[in-house]
Design a protein around this ligand. Sequence first.
Ligand code: OSB
Ligand code: MG
Length: 375
Amino acid sequence: MKIEAVHLREVNMPLAHPFETSFGVTTGRRILLVELICEGRSAWGECVAGEHPYFSDEMIDTAWHITETELVPRLLAADLNDGRDCPALFEQVRGHRMAKAALENAVWELDAMRQGIALSKLLGGTREIIPCGVSIGIQPTPEKLMQKIETEVAAGYQRIKLKCKPGWDEAIFTEARKRWPDILMSCDANSAYRLSDAPRIATWDRFNLLMIEQPLWYDDFYFHTELQKQIKTAICLDECIRNRRDAQAALELGSGRIINIKVGRVGGFTEAIAVHDVAQQFGVPVWCGGMLETGIGRAHNIALSSLPNFSLPGDVSASQRYWTEDIIAPEVTVSASGEIVVPTSPGRGFEVLPERIESLTVRRQTLRRNAAVSS
Ligand code: OSB
Ligand code: MG
């Protein structure tokens, strides 16, 4: 495959509801989309880097810069067999995994279209339906949070994850457990605690949480191991798992017992599959995380979630929870039993809506094979 052109776009999309985590509030997304043109086909990728470098050290503007100046020139000079060629192609560039993932995932999508098979099949997926959970942000009041939980439980979601931080933890867990003693419930601290909080976190075992996600530093394994020794509840690792070696190191150290796989965070589908495989060898379940994606990234998350070891409900939920109008058709919907049907049609399985995307675009750039940059 010789990619003929790459279109970069920034789309601006207001969120249907603000999303608050321990690192800040997001009211709207600025999203970098990439579109590859090859042999009359168009394939898309979504960069999940945020508006600020708060979740990780990447953000949309660094991702755009690296994509334009380093990654796309390498892609346009290459003749690719498939998506698995991308990691080596981009290897000289250190880090910038979310930027790399957007391009690599688009190459996988292109390859699936070319072969006439579903992206899920190309990735090695085996599931026809995937179980879905939701991630509920920090709310203005505990009452508002209880209303949100009620809505999502009624909608059928199979696991409720509560964003937490010091001061927004024990009281809301107590209240939620009083009202819903038996639901699958977890929490995500996004690194808001320190090892000195271990004695207090150990008392959370009484809430019967499925897991506590990334309680300590975003780049740490060692102190998570120390914390895991002091609590019964499983730690789930998100931010600190960048690749398959991290997964192996963390699981050998006992830093956690569950892994959240975000394809952007690990640099693309090739590495996501490798992390999935490492976890499987350790008998550790994984689930697919979310980064407030548009339908393009969401479709890719659905395909990835169809792999066999994605055995826990992920954060892949309905388009409508994020957007008044998504950029794909049909929008992603979740059944009353909290499941998404994995598409079986070729490629991503959802149509992109070019006019809708056009109307949301605030910045664009086209790079072509053997040609100067044009706008
Ligand atoms: O830590 O999982 C996280 C959103 C932005 C950044 C980090 C995280 C999240 C979520 C939302 O939890 C998941 C989603 O609904 O897309
Ligand atoms: Mg998380």
